[in-house]
Design a protein around this ligand. Sequence first.
Ligand SMILES: C[S@@+](CC[C@H](N)C(=O)[O-])C[C@H]1O[C@@H](n2cnc3c(N)ncnc32)[C@H](O)[C@@H]1O
Length: 419
Amino acid sequence: MAEHPAPAAYPVGLRLHGRRVVVLGGGQVAQRRLPALIAAGADVLLVSPSATASVEAMAEAGELRWERRRYREGDLDGAWYALITTDDPEANRAASAEAEARRVWAVRSDDAEAATAWTPATGRSAGVTVAVLTGQDPRRTAALRDAIVEGLRDGSIAAPHRRTRPGGGRVALVGGGPGDPDLITVRGRRLLAEADVVVADRLGPRDLLDELPPHVEVIDAAKIPYGRSMAQEAINAALIEHAKAGKTVVRLKGGDPFVFGRGKEEAQALAEHGIPCTVVPGISSSISVPGTVGIPVTHRGVAHEFTVISGHVAPDDPRSLVDWPSLARLGGTLVVLMGVEQCGAIAETLIRHGRSADTPVAVIQEGTTAAQRRVDAVLGTVGERVRAEGIRPPAVIVIGEVVTIGRETDDAPAGATAD
Ligand SMILES: C[S@@+](CC[C@H](N)C(=O)[O-])C[C@H]1O[C@@H](n2cnc3c(N)ncnc32)[C@H](O)[C@@H]1O
C-alpha cells in the first residue's frame, strides 16, 4: 500500500537470514526494530556506546553482537542493510554517506528524506505479514496497519487459503461459545472466515453464519433435543467427505467442543481417515452463562469447587454415569447442562441423598442471547417452577449458595437480564 507522491518507495521483503545488518545506536528506535531483525535471522551487529535495558538483554542472550563504542568509518563493511539511529546527527550523516558509497540500503530515524529505505508499519496475523508504507503521517500508517491486522484476526478481512487442496482438506473443530457472536475466540472467528464449508450446531453463535460469503456451504447439523436429529455418523461423514474433496471445513460447535460436545468423537473419526484436525477451544456455557447473569461458579468463602454434570438422562437411568449420592454430599456448586427435562428428578435425587431442599437454584435459558431469561427457585421447588415458567432447552441449571451471591451483589454485566 503506497500513497505518497511520486517517486513512491518500492516495497520488497528482505530475506536477512544469516546476513549482516548493522544497527547504529541502541535507543528506543533500535529497541523497537531489533526483535523483527532477530526474528528474521539477521546477523545483527549493534554499534553504540549505550543501550536500553531491553537491547542490552538481547545482547546478553546472544541474539546480537554489541560493540560498545561510537560509529566509525568502515562499520558498514559487509552489511546488507543498516539502521542508522544514533543521537548524533553528524554520525548519522557520515554513516548515511558510507551506506550510499557501499550500496547498503539504510534507514535513518532522524531524516527520512536522507534515507535510502523506509521501514513499513508491520504486523502479523493468520500467517500473513502486513506491511504498510504511506510515506506520510506515521500515526495514520500505524492505524492502517492495526486495522488490517485486526481485520485478519477477527475474520472481518478473510485471508482464504487455497480453495481446494490437492493433498486433501482440513477440519477445524471450533468452539463457538454460548451464543453471543462476540464470545467466539479470535482464532475461531478467523478460521470461520477462511472456511469453504461450515457444519454448524443449533447452539453457538448462529448469527455469525449470516456473515459468511455466499460461496460458503453451510450444513445444519442441528441436534434438536428430543426432536429430529442428524446422526453423529452423518456429521462425521459430511466432515470427512468435504475434507477429502480438498475443502477447508469448520465444524462450528456451541460452547467448548470437548464439554459434552462429542468433539473427540469427531476428531477420532477424522484421524481414522488421516484428515488433519485442529481443535479450537471455546467458552463453555457451563461457566459463561451463569457468569452472564452475575453468578460466579466459585466465590471466596462460599464455594471452592464446581462440578459440571450432564442431565440428559434421568438419575435412575442405567445409562447415567453420574454418582448422584456423592454429588449430593458436595457443598460446592453444581452446574447441570441438558437438564431441563429431568430437572425435577435431579432435584429430588439430590435432596434424597442429603442436599438441602432450601439450596438456591437458578435456571438460565438461552444465556448470552437476546432471548436470555433467568428463573430462580430452591431445590425443593425447581422442578415445578421450570414447568410452570415453560423453561425450554438450552438452559443451564446452577445449584448452590453462589446463586444467592449473584442476586445479592447484583453485578450482572450490562445487557444481562434477570426475571
Ligand atoms: C450438548 S451440550 C453442549 C455444551 C457445550 N459444548 C458447552 O461447552 O457449552 C448442550 C447444553 O449446553 C447448555 N447450553 C449451551 N448453550 C447455552 C446457552 N446459550 N444458554 C443456556 N444453556 C446453554 C444447555 O444445557 C444445553 O442443553
